[in-house]
Design a protein around this ligand. Structure first.
Ligand code: GLN
Ligand code: ZN
Length: 759
């Protein structure tokens, strides 16, 4: 087994991206779904790509490596399979193991898939296990063992990663048809024996270490002591690493400290740095190994190695042994920045993607075990890069900074309150009661995407491309006129993605070529990166909106993506508070709003679907976030005249604790999901004293089903019980880009007819 100067390098990672080289995994899995690749060949790709990961880890000098972090779809789904909790509807399909797995992930013609939801506060989505009082668990350790054996065949003693029992139960939901007050946590006593068996089997196999991921400990401690005591006191078991991440463990620290386990991983980055203080205050982790998550596993910046080294030195004496690691699995960052040949090399060196983070932990580990002088050259080079970044004019634009410094509270508020604005807007817009509109996008047809592809490859010139898009805009405008909608949209045909489209036009953002990050299953996104001060060199949407407006007498809505969503779906700067970046983006959008208004646009929608997902995990961090997030939105939208109508859109109906923040946005109209939750949002908003216009979506655009006129009428009647007619808008749940034109035509025709029947 390879090692560093006799001893293994005290460095590891908690997990690694599983996209494969050149997106091999995504391609193979999708080919299997299409029936173009056999299961055996899919398995061959899995083995090849997993080997490539092990070899990458090895070549970075790491011998302490994870396994079972690879996945065909999702690690929570893998855990569900490991504990035998396949829902009856999927089990009853009678498919083989692989197809049952994909049936749970994607559904089949007969049965729906598992629900999907966000993995903590990341943009990764996991499949939600469904549990019932009669759920039984049985162990299937084949996948972890397969990965472990493969690593061993390569000379690596790997550490199987399992999602821990607490996190598994916390992330689960109540199975359909089971009383909602059933608490999955009550299944703990039934689940624990399965984990006990797993540990015993691993021990029999000769496994040295097992990693149990329990990120839920950051916010939940119930039963933690029991679980760790039970698993820790097994007579025959591998050593246990309890991995926590996405924040500081606070209340769980004493539990982890006392637990009969050999190692604990703590996030020591960003706000979770408080773990360090708490650790020192509590007297450390005596007798244990601390896996110190000093490298940010969720962002793309090269670390300050000297600062991390100093931080690691401060950990001295707080644990028996320190192992250096990223703060969480590297799943959340792209694979390798050296692939980014399109980036200016002077900027590229500012970044560390997954592959580069391996080098960072390895260098720090050498610095710790052999002394800083052993890594002097690397430290030197790192300091140069950081100094270069800090001094770069890209990162600091004095004009932007002056503008942010000059922002006053008045800039963040509309001049007059909603009732006065509403009167002036009504006069200007002259809309019927129950006005109808859509959320922005119209079907992104294959032909449109093909045109964008030809444009990107240079086969279609900019003029030809613009002409093609104008034809589409005209088509969409005529369609809406024929349907009789009241407030029209241009349809967003020119937008590849609601964030990327703006990022490409704003100074301070860069796009990557290969920076794919798993969103869910085989779906990967390429978030833009905010590298410097953000400004808007020129109008971004005015031409499209004005062109659309020139075709019709009905008002056309301008359509922008809000500051919070821009940041939530990008990699953000680590050298200034997010709040400041949000203000910069807000000012850039404020300029766009002003230009739209000046061009005659009377209605402007600023989408913030990510407002809720940006909410910090810890309740105590939430008020601060909501304060700056809502202020940024208002900064972007408050510069308009009283008679310009500001809309926003969000894609969900359960606002819970952000309800008052939604009111704080002070928009004239908000559109949101309504259909799937039977308009409960209308009731919630009115109960909370929401004063302005609201369009609870009257049909679910996620489904190809066309809603009938009566169904829409019923929805509207429900909404009218809570929202007065003069404030109710009529619209679908979300944008229409994933639907086809026939569906859209019939659905919107019924929507308009329903609104008319109630006027
Ligand atoms: N305006 C966007 C659209 O219609 C909104 C998308 C979203 O809410 N995610 O596509
Ligand atoms: Zn939406």
């Amino acid at each position: 087994m390879s090692s560093f100067s006799g001893n293994p390098l005290p460095a590891t990672v908690l997990g690694y991206p599983r996209i494969g080289r050149n997106r091999a995994m995504k391609k193979a899995i999708e080919a299997y779904w299409r029936g173009e690749l056999s299961a055996a060949n899919l398995q061959r790709t899995v083995v090849d790509e997993r080997r490539a990961v092990f070899e990458t880890l090895q070549s970075a000098g790491l011998t302490d490596v994870p396994c079972n972090d690879f996945s065909l779809y999702d690690q929570v789904l893998d855990t569900l399979v490991m504990v035998g909790a396949v829902p009856p509807r999927h089990r009853d399909l009678g498919l083989n193991a692989l197809d049952t797995y994909f049936a749970m992930a994607r559904g089949t013609a007969e049965v729906p898939p598992l629900e999907m939801t966000k993995w903590f506060d990341t943009n990764y989505h996991y499949l939600v296990p469904e549990l019932a009082p009669d759920t039984e668990f049985t162990l299937d350790l084949s996948k972890p063992l397969q990965e472990y054996r493969q690593a061993r065949s390569l000379g690596l003693e790997a550490r199987p990663v399992l999602l821990g029992p607490l996190t598994f139960l916390h992330l689960a939901k109540v199975a359909p048809g089971v009383a909602a007050d059933f608490d999955p946590l009550t299944l703990l006593e039934r689940l624990l024996p399965v984990y006990e068996q797993a540990l015993a089997q691993f021990a029999a196999e000769g496994v040295h270490w097992v990693q149990l991921d329990e990120p839920v400990l950051v916010s939940e401690q119930a039963q933690a002591e029991l679980v760790l005591r039970r698993l820790g006191s097994l007579p025959e078991r591998p050593k246990l690493l309890i991995a926590t991440y996405f924040g500081s463990v606070r209340e769980a620290l004493p539990i982890l400290r006392q637990a009969p386990v050999e190692a604990v991983a703590l996030d020591l980055t960003g706000p979770a740095e408080s773990n360090l203080r708490d650790l020192a205050g509590a007297g450390g982790l005596p007798g244990k190994r601390l896996v110190a998550g000093v490298i940010d596993g969720r962002n793309v910046w090269a670390a300050d190695l000297r600062a991390q080294l100093a931080r690691l030195a401060s950990l001295h004496g707080l644990a028996d042994e320190i192992v250096i690691a990223p703060s969480c699995s590297l799943l959340h960052v792209p694979l390798d920045v050296s692939l980014e040949t399109g980036l200016d090399p002077d900027v590229r060196c500012w970044f560390a993607f997954a592959r580069q983070k391996l080098d960072e932990v390895a260098v720090l580990a050498r610095g710790i075990s052999a002394g800083p002088q052993a890594i002097e050259a690397e430290l030197q080079r790192n300091q140069e890069i950081l100094a270069h970044r800090a001094a770069s004019p890209i990162t600091r634009d004095p004009a932007v900074r002056e503008r942010v410094a000059a922002v006053t509270p008045a800039d963040e508020h509309r001049a007059v309150s909603y009732p006065q604005r509403a009167r002036q807007q009504a006069e200007r817009l002259n809309l019927p009661s129950l006005p109808t509109t859509t959320i922005g996008s119209f079907p992104q047809t294959q032909a449109l995407r093909a045109a964008r592809g030809r444009f990107r490859r240079g086969e279609l010139g900019p003029d030809g491309y613009a002409e093609r898009m104008r034809t589409e805009v005209e088509h969409v405008i005529r369609l809406q006129e024929t349907l009789g909608l009241d407030v029209l949209v241009h349809g967003e045909p020119e937008r590849n993605d609601m964030v990327q489209y703006f990022a490409e036009q704003l100074t301070g953002f860069v796009a990557t070529q290969h920076g794919w990050v798993q969103s869910y299953g085989t779906r990967y996104v390429r978030p833009p990166v905010v590298i410097g001060d953000v400004s808007r060199p020129q109008p971004m949407t005015v031409e499209w909106t004005s062109f659309a407006q020139s075709l019709t007498d009905k008002p056309v809505k301008g359509m922008l993506t809000g500051p919070v969503t821009m940041l939530c779906w990008s990699f953000v700067r680590d050298d200034q508070p997010l709040e400041e970046t949000a203000q910069q983006v807000a000012l850039a959008l404020r300029d766009e709003v002003a230009d739209l208004e000046a061009a005659g646009t009377a209605v402007i929608q600023v989408d913030e679907p990510a407002l809720r997902e940006g909410l910090p995990l810890r309740a105590s961090d939430r008020p601060g976030y909501l304060r700056w997030a809502t202020a940024a939105f208002r900064l972007a939208t408050s510069g308009v005249r009283d008679n310009t109508q500001i809309h926003t859109h969000m894609c969900y109906a359960e606002f819970g604790e952000i309800l008052s923040a939604v009111i704080d946005l002070d928009t004239d109209v908000i559109s949101l999901e309504g259909a799937r939750s039977h308009m409960s949002i209308a009731a919630d908003l009115s109960a909370a004293g929401y004063p302005s216009g609201v369009g609870p979506g009257v049909y679910d655009i996620h489904s190809p089903r066309v809603p009938g006129r009566d169904e829409v009428t019923r929805m509207l009647r429900q909404a009218l019980e809570h929202v007065p007619a003069e404030r109710l808008w009529v619209n679908p749940d979300c944008g229409l880009k994933t639907r086809d034109e026939a569906e859209v035509k019939s659905s919107l025709a019924n929507l308009v007819a329903a609104a008319e029947s109630l006027r």
